[in-house]
Design a protein around this ligand. Structure first.
Ligand code: NZQ
Ligand code: ZN
Length: 395
């Protein structure tokens, strides 16, 4: 293990903390661009409470509404334009991962005269790496991505059908106000997708990491077991604040870097899913819940011992040996059953997606990330044919 770790995001966690938004924001600026999605925060009353807190603290604000799920670069450009015109000196993201991701890129795009798409990795020759950005405060209303306390952002170019990311330390939010009360209005399906997303964040590093991170393995297993215990409770009763709290914290720790530190893992399932959602605009974790078990069955044949560990520690199965492939595959079946039990899709056909573009997803994925030899990094590395085979097995 050889790594450097620093996550500078100040985390203010717990029910009721939305009321502190104004006080916290006062430490970073005087006029905020308040970024929101399609209206859920207005319907739930969260927006009104956020504005009341800002106003009481003497913070002015301008609005950027309508950031769509799978946020588009056009929304980023629009937000940056408003922030410049209104003279905003900070960005407040009030919403799910899509709003938070758009907000992070808006924070840099506001101070950049060029096309904000230059910042998103998409196989282009010129990548603009921003060096300055407005401070960002995240206020997540959905437990899923962990975007509130990490430095990544995933953005879609709807014209070219590319969904890709930027991940640089500059984009760490200054503060995250993580108030599980804000998630009680999340519908059952989005709650379940959040559970699937957060579990996938840790399975990626668990199965694709260096293999010499026993503490990280235990952290990851703790996150998975916690999500499998409390997720169904949050889905069954959206007002169960104890369950919402555990899921919110699980989602944050799953992708704030700490669980994965030292693994140096690529995220192949995410890379493949992003390409599929670029074409079909599906919910991110609906794609993950289809691709992840299919990928696991492929990878278990190479990395059997790790999948045996997963089967034993997560599902209490007993293997005959560390290369007991049947046990490894049984663990994956159990995982898929869990996803089905929370009504996540596990086949493309459930989303009306056929095999017409399987090769296109695979080749497009490699345009964003590859190992220099035409493969997608992971354990094992994947060729176009491997990816197509995985997609086909999930038809
Ligand atoms: O748009 P509104 O009206 O707010 O409704 C949203 C949206 O329809 C709704 N919602 C959010 N909070 C709610 C609520 N509805 C009722 N009550 C609330 N409290 O939920 C829907 C989905 O929202 P979205 O933000 O799209 O979901 P999520 O948080 O899952 O974010 C998904 C995006 O994040 C990216 C994904 O690719 C996708 O674009 N990711 C970002 C990551 C990161 N930055 O670290 C990592 C992830 O792996 C992921 O790729
Ligand atoms: Zn994800």
């Amino acid at each position: 293990m050889n790594f450097e770790y620093q996550n500078p995001t100040r985390i203010i966690f717990g029910a009721g903390n939305l009321s502190r938004l104004g006080e916290v924001a006062g430490g970073y600026g005087k006029k905020a661009l308040l970024v929101t999605g399609g209206g859920s925060v207005k319907r739930s009353g969260v927006f009104g409470r956020a504005v009341a807190s800002l106003t009481a603290a003497g913070i002015a604000y301008a609005e950027c509404t309508g950031v769509e799920p799978n946020p588009r670069i056009t929304s980023v450009a629009r937000g940056a334009e408003i922030a410049r015109k209104e003279g905003c000196d900070m960005i407040i993201a009030l919403g799910g991962g899509s709003v938070m991701d758009a907000s992070k890129v808006i924070s840099a795009a506001t101070l950049y005269d060029g096309d904000p798409w230059d910042m998103i990795l998409h196989g282009q020759e010129h990548v603009y790496v921003p060096t300055e950005a407005l401070p960002v405060i995240t206020v997540p209303t959905l437990a899923a991505t962990g975007s509130e306390a990490n430095c990544g952002a995933v953005i879609t170019n709807e014209e070219t059908k590319v969904k890709s990311f930027i991940q640089i330390p500059l984009l760490y939010p200054k503060a995250a106000i993580v108030d599980p009360e804000l998630t009680v209005s999340v519908p059952k399906d989005q709650t379940a997708y959040g559970v699937c997303d957060l579990i996938t964040h840790v399975t990626e590093a668990y199965f694709n990491g260096s293999g010499t991170t026993p503490i990280q393995d235990r952290f990851a297993e703790g996150v998975i077991l916690t999500a499998m215990e409390w997720g169904p409770k949050a889905i069954a009763d959206g007002n169960d604040l104890a369950a919402r709290t555990q899921i919110q914290w699980s989602a944050l720790v799953a992708l704030n870097g700490w669980v994965n530190v030292g693994t140096n893992a690529p995220y192949p399932v995410h890379m493949m899913e992003h390409t599929v959602s670029a074409y079909h605009d599906i919910t991110h974790a609906a794609g993950l819940s289809i691709i992840n078990p299919a990928w696991m069955r492929f990878a278990a044949r190479t990395n059997t011992a790790k999948f045996v560990q997963f089967a034993e520690r997560i599902f209490g199965l007993k293997a005959t040996a560390t290369d007991d492939l049947a046990c490894a595959l049984e663990g994956i079946d159990r995982f898929e059953q869990f996803l089905r039990s929370i009504d996540c899709p596990t086949r493309f056909s459930e989303l009306g997606i056929d095999d017409a573009l399987f090769e296109t997803y695979a080749t497009d994925t490699l345009k964003i990330v590859n190992d220099g030899q035409g493969n997608l990094p992971g354990i094992p590395v994947m060729s176009v044919a491997d990816m197509v085979g995985i997609f086909r097995s999930a038809l």
